[in-house]
Design a protein around this ligand. Structure first.
Ligand code: NDP
Length: 325
């Protein structure tokens, strides 16, 4: 038996983690021969609920689940962690301004970044899901100067999966026929789901759908899909968010398939003229556990404008939390 891998998950009594933890424990992240230890972080008020989740994990009798640590102390949760899913975040409360939301979450991620820096495995891979995810990831990164910035990313995989699914349904093709969809920018309604390079069955997607659908319907539907799910379900999407988190981390570990790419929010190096130092979603390939931003894609004026709008939003988020950077 391999030695267990330690996986830290924050917000462990929340609804996304309720859909995530059981899949990790079942082997969906690392495979059927890799034991895991779950290191679960919650705020003190949620520890009671977390006890119930732990009972259910025990009651599944997962053969790969070799241990569970529960704590409200990030220094314990992240000790020796090989992977960290940062899901917990404070939702916007009544009367709360966007700036207040940014600030309260920035404080959480500054503490967690410092703890990861101090106690996590030196090769820890950190995925930020809690919103505002891109800026939270930036704060984590800036508070963890001893960790490799390559190992910190934010999730735009749900947006990517939504775009892949919508395009496949529009073309009447299976999801597996879709390649090279890109999400640019922020995990917010300014994100730009780009089909200019996408293929369906190896043929350019924009030769198979009409441009009016793409520009006037598809982009807005991907951008607002989260709100549409809330309107229908009365609750935010959870299973699909958990599935995307699992998929993001799996791709980061095992790589992208030949000829395809995925979307990840990563530290901008100035590619495509995006301001260096922002956590921005790019199309990336992954191999040997390292991502590389896909280079030399042609960007038309329409795309450039949408990419800039999302960049501008991320710049203003960064200004709002400047004190913590
Ligand atoms: P969820 O599990 O529904 O969501 C958790 C976070 O993920 C939120 O910031 C949410 O953003 C974000 N998110 C990202 N993508 C999506 C998506 N597609 N759909 C829905 N959410 C998405 O929240 P809960 O309130 O159920 O659980 C949060 C838990 O985190 C609570 O148990 C709380 O106690 C805990 N928490 C833990 C902290 C810690 O460990 N230190 C700190 C703060 C909170 P959005 O708000 O936009 O939906």
């Amino acid at each position: 038996m391999k030695p267990p891998v330690h996986i830290a998950v924050t917000g462990a009594a929340g609804q996304i983690t309720y859909a995530l933890l059981f899949r990790i424990a079942a082997g969906d992240l690392l495979g059927a021969d890799q034991p895991v230890v779950l290191r679960l972080l919650e705020v003190p008020a949620a520890m009671g609920g977390l006890d119930g989740v732990v009972m259910e994990l025990h009651d599944c009798a997962f053969p790969l689940l070799h241990g569970i640590v529960t704590t409200d102390d990030p220094q314990i949760a992240f000790a020796g962690a090989h992977y960290a899913f940062l899901v917990g975040a404070t939702p916007r409360g009544p009367g709360m301004e966007r700036k207040d939301l940014l600030q309260v979450n920035a404080d959480i991620f500054a503490v967690q970044g410092k703890a990861l820096n101090a106690v996590a495995d030196r090769a820890v891979k950190i995925l930020v899901v809690g919103n505002p995810a891109n800026t939270n990831a930036l704060i984590t990164l800036r508070n963890a100067p001893d960790l490799n910035p390559q190992n910190i990313s934010a999730m735009t995989r749900l947006d990517h999966n939504r775009a892949v699914g919508m395009l496949a349904r529009r073309c009447g093709a299976p999801v597996a026929a879709v390649q090279r969809v890109s999400i640019w920018g922020n995990h917010s309604t300014t994100q730009y789901p780009d089909l200019n390079h996408a293929l369906v069955d190896g043929v350019p997607a924009l030769e198979q759908v009409d441009e009016t659908w793409y520009r006037e319907q598809f982009i807005g539907e991907v951008q607002k899909r989260g709100a549409t799910v809330i309107a229908a379900r009365g609750k935010s999407s959870a299973a699909s968010a958990a599935n995307a988190a699992l998929g993001h981390m799996r791709t980061w570990i095992f790589g992208t398939p030949a000829g395809d790419w995925t979307s990840m929010s990563v530290l901008s190096d100035g590619s495509y003229g995006i301001a260096p130092g922002l956590i921005y979603s790019f199309p990336v390939t992954v191999s040997n556990g390292r991502y590389a931003i896909v280079q030399n894609l042609s960007i038309d004026d329409f795309s450039r404008r949408l990419m800039r709008d999302s960049e501008d939003e991320l710049k203003s988020e960064r200004e709002a939390v400047a004190g913590l950077l």
